[in-house]
Design a protein around this ligand. Structure first.
Ligand code: NAP
Length: 293
């Protein structure tokens, strides 16, 4: 039986915030407060929680974090008008569009309308292209945070086989680009699985590192991995229960059944989630720093 190391995203995030404090002090001395505008359209409960947590973190660090809320009856053109205003608003160095957007609004055209040098989520095609070309400007926060967890805990990626389950533009796809990049935090051999992959276990059993980002509670189980695998559980799923809230948060990995086999695992909550916010803060501070460099 393997002793499984818990990879605490909270701990890594705390180190990131410590490291950022000197950059923030330098910006403040130049009378620049890094600012993030978060655009929240509609009333998706999970999105409201995410945006609130992000704003709180910005406020706790003495940064500007403002949420722009729009009703779910807003048209695409209303959203584009707001983003156009934010693109020109010097208080905000970063603009975040909280996904998903309500039906009827084309996410691609909304994401394309964000000024690429304020696109701290790294979802604009220009920034995705720069990442693919190996010359990134903004790296999407969740995969960036995952690499930081691996680095913090000295988990080697070079020469390893990483199997990513999920190919979204937010997590799986940029993660694959980063892990296969020819650099110190990449050099992995990467397999990307998705809903059309027959027999996912056939791939995950061959993995040194499994990154589960599919949004299906507890789908990755112990019998799908080999001894010693490092598991990064990206999933945040609301699973109904009898608690006061009416639900509990569950990852994409069946924690109990992988515990005997995994060499290391990120918990849910407290794993990848805190790092996504930390990387958002870091990207926003970097955006503000570019102003004075
Ligand atoms: P998404 O856009 O819905 O993409 C899910 C991906 O998983 C798709 O590529 C889909 O395949 C694949 N998939 C779905 N069901 C599958 C199955 N049964 N077998 C194999 N592949 C399957 O989701 P996302 O935005 O990437 O998010 C994934 C999860 O991570 C969600 O739980 C989300 O809440 C969570 N998340 C967490 C953080 C964080 O900070 N911790 C950040 C972002 C997302 P197809 O492409 O074929 O449809």
């Amino acid at each position: 039986m393997t002793e499984t190391k818990i990879l605490s995203g909270k701990e890594v995030a705390s180190a990131v915030y410590d490291d950022l404090s000197s950059s923030i002090d330098r910006l403040t001395s130049e009378k620049i407060t890094p600012g993030l505008a978060a655009v929240l359209v509609g009333d998706d409960p999970a999105s409201q929680v995410y945006v609130r947590n992000k704003r709180r973190r910005f406020e706790n660090m003495g940064l500007l974090g403002e949420t722009f809320r729009m009703g779910d009856d807003s048209s695409e053109s209303d959203v584009l008008t707001l983003i156009n205003d934010l693109n020109g608003d010097d208080r905000f160095h970063g603009i975040l569009i909280q996904l998903p957007l309500p039906k009827g609004i084309d996410s691609d055209s909304v994401l394309r309308s964000v000024r690429p040098d304020k696109d701290v989520d790294g979802f604009h095609p220009e920034n995705i292209g720069l990442l693919a070309a190996g010359n990134p400007r903004f790296i999407p926060c969740t995969p960036k945070g995952i690499l930081r967890i691996l680095q913090f805990y000295n988990i080697e990626t070079s020469g390893k086989h990483a199997v990513i389950v999920g190919r979204s533009n937010i997590v799986g796809r940029p993660m694959a680009l980063m892990l296969s990049a020819k650099n110190d935090t990449g050099n992995a051999t990467v397999t990307v699985c998705h809903s059309r992959t027959p027999d996912i276990a056939n791939y995950t059993r061959q993995a040194d590192i499994v990154i589960a980002a599919l949004g299906m509670p507890s789908l990755i189980k112990g019998d799908m991995i080999s001894d010693g695998t490092v598991i990064i559980d990206v999933g945040i799923n609301r699973v109904e229960d009898n608690s006061e809230k009416g639900y509990k948060l569950s990852g994409d990995v069946d924690y109990e059944s992988v515990m005997d086999k995994a060499s290391a695992i990120t918990p849910v909550p407290g794993g990848v989630g805190p790092m996504t916010i930390a990387m958002l803060v870091e990207n926003t501070v970097e955006a503000a720093e570019r102003l004075i460099s």
